[in-house]
Ligand binder design. Structure first.
Ligand code: ADP
Length: 290
């Protein structure tokens, strides 16, 4: 309840810090009914204040979906802004892909994670009222629950970040380098298709385990180059596949998955599929696996 959340300052201590990001620090805490929660404490001045902020947060806390990290509430105390979320015990997708979390994601698991997060985004785009553009889709914003179910986090928040906020470019365009839709960057016209572009980058991460930009190279460009070469059996492509899945038998639907990822990162947003189509395509791959 809101009253409980109001007391949230009393329910965590700095020793429970679990991470930090664009808005400030993240802590683990517990509500009095025992529910474990993640608390985001905004850094001074990193978030816009005022009525607009409250209205927006109230809107976001009304979104409920299996593949969206629930915003349980918020509290404002002594000039601080805190957002309270359900706690995701298995951390971010990025941590798993980098091997830091000790969780091995086999190909089938990666397909399920793709499907889950695509469903979450499709929900935000098409079913949430009003529709929500995430604006910052990336592998550190896809969290894994106790069953390794993927949930999309931080939706809609990036527009509330002040330009001075750490880790975000200080222009009108907000998002994360390497995931940013080039068309949005050029035109500053934000649509759902910008999320689709970022999601395509995440799909390439699931194939390669690489970061979107490594040693100055963009993963999107790397994969495109290899595919354009069209050498026999895509030898170069094989080299790009994450070692952890490369030698573990057939990767079901790999060709279709890669094709879909490349459609998502098309330069022109009109050539990208809507999230609902991404969902259907991944469902088909998983169904064909008997
Ligand atoms: P960023 O701004 O880079 O997206 P966040 O502020 O969202 O980072 O989160 C920072 C870190 O806190 C994440 O990388 C993750 O490890 C952890 N975290 C965030 N939200 C949750 C949550 N709901 N449950 C568990 N851990 C979380």
């Amino acid at each position: 309840s809101y009253d409980e959340l109001k007391k949230c300052t009393n329910n965590f201590s700095d020793s429970n810090e679990i991470g930090s990001g664009g808005y400030g620090k993240v802590y683990r805490g517990m509500l009095s009914d025992g529910q474990v929660i993640a608390i985001k404490r905004a850094q001074q001045g990193s978030m816009q204040g005022g009525l607009e902020f409250k209205t927006e947060i109230e809107l976001l806390s009304r979104v409920h979906h299996k593949n969206v990290v629930g915003l349980l509430g918020f509290c404002f105390e002594q000039g601080e802004q805190m957002l309270v979320y359900e706690f995701m015990p298995n951390g971010t997708l990025r941590e798993s892909l980098s091997g830091r979390s000790g969780i091995h994601l086999d190909w089938k698991r990666r397909l399920r994670i793709t499907l889950g997060s695509a469903r979450g985004l499709a929900y935000l785009h098409e079913l949430a009222n009003p529709p929500i553009i995430h604006r910052d889709v990336k592998s550190t914003n896809i969290l894994l629950d106790e069953h390794l179910t993927a949930k999309v986090a931080d939706f809609g928040l990036s527009k509330l970040i002040n330009d001075s906020g750490k880790g975000h470019v200080s222009t009108q365009v907000k998002g994360t380098m390497g995931y940013l839709d080039p068309e949005y960057y050029m035109t500053q016209q934000l649509t759902e298709k910008s999320d689709v572009y970022s999601f395509g980058v995440v799909m390439l991460e699931l194939i390669t385990a690489r970061q979107p930009i490594e040693k100055g190279k963009y993963i999107v460009r790397e994969v495109r180059l290899v595919m354009d070469k069209n050498d026999e059996e895509h030898y170069g492509l094989r080299e790009l596949i994450d070692r952890n899945i490369r030698n573990s038998g057939t990767l079901i639907g790999f060709g279709r998955f890669l094709e879909l990822a490349m459609q998502c990162v098309e330069e022109s947003s009109a050539d990208r599929p809507p999230m609902s189509e991404v969902v259907k395509a991944i469902e088909t791959i998983l169904q064909n696996d008997g």
